[in-house]
Design a protein around this ligand. Structure first.
Ligand code: ADP
Ligand code: MG
Length: 240
């Protein structure tokens, strides 16, 4: 579903992604970990072309992400993204935050968009907050709204960039629970996180990055008990 082949990316002179090769199948949950600055966010952002690669091949469902002929909006419709800072529209009610894109981009009616929004708000456990504004919600609730907003576009892939890093510790679990449910329902997910418990319990594979390279790709049982790379071992010693 997602394929990186010999992908390189530079920011000006800075070589941020080096020879990235990675294949992600439908329904797979891949957790990306590694030190700050190792290129995790950049890797994720290349998938929906928030960043362009410098060379190599990157395809989503067989479509070349960086081909000038590719319809970027169509590509992005199929890929939901959840950020560390929830990026909700502060002046809009929760419900309107969720219905905006489906109405504007998919062209569905307000009634249908609201029904869909309520379905997903219910799914993330905050249907009672539909008429509130984001500032009236806790961080964990806001992040669940952001997830519902992504899901309302009915994407095939969900990308998460440190979705719990900005949350107070007591709210991390409620967001991870929603993500776990999504994973169990078969969503294809790429998750950058420092939550090693989530990686262990939910992921199919762990990708360890360092200095722009993928150093190791292993099933979580193997990665956490016996990482092949010394740098992965050192990283785990610091975070566990
Ligand atoms: P991570 O998410 O693993 O912390 P990032 O992908 O955000 O890493 O960043 C990797 C490196 O690229 C960092 O050194 C960062 O400073 C640099 N970088 C990120 N975005 C840009 C940008 N838009 N322009 C220049 N350098 C950037
Ligand atoms: Mg990052």
């Amino acid at each position: 579903m997602i394929s990186f082949q010999q992908v390189e990316k530079h920011y000006g002179e800075f070589h941020v992604l080096k020879n990235i090769n990675l294949e992600i199948s439908q329904g797979e949950v891949v957790v990306v970990i590694g030190p700050s600055g190792s290129g995790k966010s950049t890797l994720l952002r290349c998938i929906n072309r928030l960043e362009a690669i410098t060379s190599g091949q990157l395809t989503v469902n067989g479509v070349q992400v960086n081909d000038g002929k590719t319809d970027i909006n169509k590509l992005r419709r199929n890929i939901g993204m959840v950020f560390q800072h929830f990026n909700l529209y502060p002046h809009m009610k929760v419900l309107d935050n969720i219905t905006l894109a489906p109405m504007k981009v998919l062209g569905i009616s307000k009634k249908e968009a609201e029904e869909t929004a309520m379905y997903y708000l219910n799914k993330v456990g905050i249907a009672d907050k539909a008429d509130r504004h984001p500032s009236q919600l806790s961080g964990g609730q806001q992040q669940r709204v952001a997830i519902a907003r992504g899901l309302a576009m009915k994407p095939q892939i969900m990308l998460f960039d440190e979705p719990t890093s900005a949350l107070d510790p007591e709210m991390v679990g409620e967001v991870l629970d929603v993500m776990k449910t999504l994973a169990q329902e078969g969503m294809t997910m790429v998750v950058v996180t420092h939550e090693m418990g989530f990686a262990k319990e939910v992921s199919d594979r762990v990708v360890f990055m360092d200095k722009g390279q993928i150093m190791e790709v292993s099933p979580p049982e193997q990665f956490f008990s016996n990482p092949r790379e010394e740098r992965a071992q050192l990283f785990l010693n610091r975070v566990l």
